[in-house]
Design a protein around this ligand. Sequence first.
Ligand code: ATP
Ligand code: BTN
Length: 246
Amino acid sequence: SECPIEYHAIIDSTNSELMRRLQDKQNMGSGHVLVAEMQQAGRGRRGRVWQSPFGANLYYSYYWQFDAGMQAAMGLSIAVGLAVYDALKVLYGISVELKWPNDIYLNQQKLAGILVELEGQVEGPCHLVIGIGLNICMPESASKHIDQAWTDLQTHLGQIDKNQLVVQLTHSLSERLAQYKESGLSEMVTEWNSLNAFKGDAVTLSTGQREWRGICEGIDMQGGLLLRQDGELKAFYGGEISLRKV
Ligand code: ATP
Ligand code: BTN
């Protein structure tokens, strides 16, 4: 594919920049990629900070226009997680694990996070900004601000070629998004479930309003999380949910 890859040294957030362009009605082609060396206001979910020091880590956003509307865009984190898995498998032969809905783990530690933001209607065209933060080589100074177990690629693989990773990730994303457009999650559910970092584990799931305990059984055909409680399965949807191991 011949889509541009745009590089910035410093930016507030690669996701915020592409979202601003959408609000300003600037034209971008699907597959437009923005990469920065450093983010001054890197964001996780629910306003949390994504540590984004200058250097080797990857701060990446991908624009995609999707014609099926917001409803259908719900399962997208699933497809994006698989794209990150694909890229790392192809380039380095490693198998990362996926934590619903949006985290990538290596050796039980957080390697990368996905933040999908969208603008559009429930039906009709939908504009998506797919943000990926992937740790390649985390400087000591930033790592002390991360309040959970984390890792980076260099720890496991030594020196990494970031440009090569950007190109492969872009390719893997285009393929998974095409697959998603074609057949939704139907071909991805089994695959995702085999990579589920919490498979069969006792977990708590919190929706903000309340907490649920159960066994993590994986995802359903819509990308919702399946929790087993006393032999019954309950499905959870939507982005603002946190999952923890008990
Ligand atoms: P959940 O989304 O299920 O609540 P979460 O705790 O991972 O899980 P997110 O909003 O997805 O929350 O991610 C933000 C969190 O990720 C931060 O609160 C911090 O703990 C961690 N974090 C921040 N920067 C990095 C980084 N560069 N690498 C790894 N982890 C990071
Ligand atoms: C998460 O785990 O909460 C998601 C983290 C997503 C971080 C990436 S870095 C590139 C893009 N720009 C941002 O501000 N956030 C995403």
